[in-house]
Design a protein around this ligand. Structure first.
Ligand code: NAD
Length: 333
């Protein structure tokens, strides 16, 4: 089976693709390589904007996975116009041409952030979504557009993922557990902006499994699925990260508790993914910290702007990085 992964050079794709290759799939990536290229040599590379992909290009693929776009709130707020183009129009365009090309399945990287601010109830996929911020709105627009194209010949699966954490060869240190890990080791402090807020956390290993289950699901399956390893309050996440780091690395960590307003608060049910996709998460916060400790030598240059999406976007918008990134892509690796 041949797969095209749009945005596959990012944090999720760089961890997912080695697993897909191990399972015998042929994998190509179309990407702008904003964060460089950490993909295995066997990956086929198309270095371009996915808006430049044509129906003809897609005829050789069985499935297309969308992992592109501006992937967090700070990026979306920095450039709302680019956010709506890359997060709403881009997945719609790619799904439209994939269907025209005869691709059998389209898998869309949705997000639990579309639930917005809820009232501490467990939300399943039938509940009303209510995000009022650019990232959440655009992820929902992308989801609605691609789900509308689903039919008997064109399976569409949207994975509404919680906040992912853990190690990827394209590392991000701007995701909740990863950020706490960095500040605990670098500053011996974890800042909890609001301990009462709920967040579904998704270990990257479980995220990879969710994509594998989606790729391998029976051809008759389509639909929207919440995907998380577990629901936690941010206060509990901080406690668990502190305990694990103190036990595993012998570093004393201080907690700083704040009461900042947040516009996201949600916990989700992932029963549907268990029942339909056979998705059974295996990784809790402890497992995420164990993985980060094991791999930490690979990202202990903590201040590298590559690990912070908003810094890279700012630098790209200011033209600082364009030469460097262009050179990296031209070199192919
Ligand atoms: N990381 C999370 O916690 C999380 C949670 C929920 C949903 N998501 C969604 O999952 C997807 C992957 O997230 P990530 O953390 O791997 O993101 P990332 O920012 O690490 O990677 C995104 C990749 O997409 C590429 N890209 C962006 N726009 C493109 C375009 N128009 N054409 C070609 N390439 C393009 C970038 O160069 C980059 O390599 C995103 O759609 C994100 O919204 C992520």
């Amino acid at each position: 089976m041949r797969l095209l992964i749009a945005g596959g050079a990012g944090y999720v794709g760089s961890a997912l693709i080695p697993r897909l290759l191990q399972r015998g799939y042929q994998v190509d990536v179309v990407d702008l390589f904003w964060f460089g290229n950490n993909l295995p040599q066997e990956t086929g590379l198309l270095s371009k904007d996915l808006f430049d992909v044509t129906v003809e290009d897609l005829k050789k693929y069985d499935q297309v996975i969308f992992l592109a776009g501006l992937s967090n709130d700070p990026m979306a707020e920095f450039s709302p116009s680019k956010n709506f183009i890359y997060n709403a129009a881009a997945p719609a365009y790619l799904a439209y041409i994939a269907k025209k090309a005869g691709v059998k399945r389209y898998i869309y990287a949705s997000s639990c952030s579309i639930y917005g601010y809820t009232v501490n109830e467990l939300y399943d996929e039938t509940r009303t979504v209510a995000s009022s911020y650019p990232y959440g709105i655009s992820k929902l627009q992308g989801e609605q557009a691609v789900m509308n194209l689903m039919d008997a010949e064109f399976s569409v699966i949207a994975l509404r993922k919680g906040t992912i954490s853990g190690y990827s060869p394209r590392m991000r240190l701007d995701l909740i557990v990863n950020t706490m890990f960095r500040t605990a080791l670098h500053e011996e402090t974890i800042t909890i902006h609001n301990p009462a807020i709920w967040r579904p956390i998704l270990a990257i290993e479980d995220a990879i499994t969710a994509y594998v289950r989606a790729v391998e699901a029976h051809e008759s399956i389509s639909g929207i699925f919440n995907i998380a390893s577990g629901n936690y309050t941010v206060g509990e996440v901080g406690d668990l990260v502190k305990t694990e780091i103190e036990q595993q690395l012998g570093v004393k960590v201080q907690l700083l508790i704040r009461r900042s307003q947040d516009f996201r608060n949600y916990k989700v049910s992932f029963e549907k993914a268990k029942n339909v996709l056979s998705f059974h998460p295996q990784h809790d916060i402890r497992a995420i910290i164990c993985q980060l400790v094991k791999e930490m030598n690979k990202f202990s240059d903590w201040e590298n702007p590559m690990y912070y999406n908003i810094q890279m976007l700012r630098e790209m918008e200011n033209g600082i990085r364009s030469y460097e990134l262009g050179a990296a892509i031209g070199a192919g690796r």
